[in-house]
Design a protein around this ligand. Structure first.
Ligand code: GLA
Length: 376
């Protein structure tokens, strides 16, 4: 990926002047993410360990007083609606945040979006968009932006995605986009929003978190994500307790529900083990945990796909310490934990495997833990 860090922060105000004339009141940005471990546990009230990546989405915003919302994203037409009107497509993520946050003394805005976060790559481009708009509205309307304030903003972004856009996601992506810290992963307790920032010094360990974007689009509104969430909720109902409090899933008769629940229970355990390893600086120890997470997502939760399995298997065969799919699944990206010197060989092996499988040529990024949403 050759997108220069910070390009979106320059592009958004520049495009603003071209499209709407004059200058924005300000520009705010928010990052995409990779999740080190803790996949499909957020909506079960589990714990996860995401980190923000350097690529951001930027929102250049100017307040209006006439009750209109004009939105422009590079490559699309201007969407011009009255505040409160329903919109579809990419603009729903913007209008949804305005709707969910309902900021005080807000009477419309011109908003221009520019993004470096690859769309459909499982790197949370939608949460980056929502979080950039939420922080912009907070900045313009005087809402608190300390950690508690950011938790409130993240929850509003999640409501926008769940209730306005219609994607039944669990909130991890919005939380990391707004509450992450450079050089750290975010141990997020999704039950109560409590966070711990855990240092991830890959450079000191001589390691790289390599992101493989398989180029296979993934979507969170096509029903498959929702069916996994429903299975997790059914399992908890049948067991009579939230899965984060469950030790054994053997009481579940239905073999599919049992496997779904087993993924959640074992994945939460892996997150705790990974957090312990990082707290004591043992970054290498993440490797086997990533492998186990991928097997669980592939076999028990069944959200992987041929392209992701190919990337993970090829990375591991070429010497990655561990690898797994990240995000919602059914396409999108994988991560591989690699010794720095091995990165070229692992990239070549993953590319060759994709070619042999007839899959799109993968795109590689390096995930250094980056800062969360901020004013550009
Ligand atoms: C998507 C969702 C998140 C989370 C992950 C899977 O990224 O937006 O809420 O459920 O999938 O861990």
């Amino acid at each position: 990926m050759t997108v220069p860090d910070g390009a979106a922060c320059d592009d958004a105000p520049r495009a603003f002047t071209t499209v709407f004339g004059g200058n924005p009141d300000g520009t705010w940005c928010a990052p995409g993410r990779v999740n080190l471990i803790g996949e499909h546990v957020d909506y079960a009230g589990g714990v996860c360990l995401p980190m923000a990546i350097p690529q951001v989405t930027a929102a250049a915003v100017r307040r209006r007083i006439d009750g209109r919302l004009r939105m422009y994203s590079m490559g699309f037409d201007v969407v011009d609606v009255a505040l409160g009107d329903r919109v579809d497509g990419w603009a729903a993520y913007v209008a949804g945040v305005v709707w969910a946050l309902d900021p005080p003394d807000f009477h419309g805005a011109d908003i221009v979006i520019a993004s470096e976060v690859p769309v459909g790559a499982g790197l949370s481009s939608s949460a980056a968009l929502e979080a950039s708009v939420a922080l912009a509205l907070a900045g313009l309307c005087g809402l608190p932006v300390d950690d508690d304030g950011r938790n409130v903003l993240a929850r509003a972004c999640m409501r926008a995605e769940n209730d306005y856009v219609g994607a039944p996601t669990g909130g991890m992506d919005q939380q990391i986009a707004l509450r992450g810290r450079a050089g750290h992963a975010l141990l997020l307790d999704c039950a109560d929003g409590h966070v711990e920032h855990i240092p991830v010094d890959t450079a000191a360990a001589g390691l790289t978190v390599l992101v493989v974007d398989t180029g296979t689009g993934h979507r969170l509104v096509d029903g498959r994500y929702g069916s996994r969430r429903a299975a997790v909720e059914d399992a908890a109902r049948l067991l009579g307790s939230p899965l984060r409090e469950v030790d054994s899933v053997s009481a579940l008769d239905d073999p599919i529900l049992r496997r779904r629940a087993r993924h959640v229970v074992t994945e939460i355990e892996r997150v705790h083990t990974a957090a312990d390893a990082l707290r004591s600086g043992r970054v290498h120890d993440l490797g086997p945990l990533l492998d186990a997470s991928h097997r669980s997502l592939r076999d028990d939760f069944e959200v992987s796909c041929a392209e992701l399995d190919s990337a993970v298997d090829a990375a591991t065969a070429a010497g990655a310490l561990g690898a797994r799919m990240v995000g919602g699944g059914f396409g999108g990206s994988a991560i591989a934990l690699c010794e720095n010197d091995d990165v070229p060989r692992i990239e070549a092996s993953v590319t060759a495997a994709a070619e042999a499988g007839g899959f799109p040529s993968p795109v590689f990024l390096r995930a250094t833990p980056s800062r969360s949403a901020h004013r550009c």
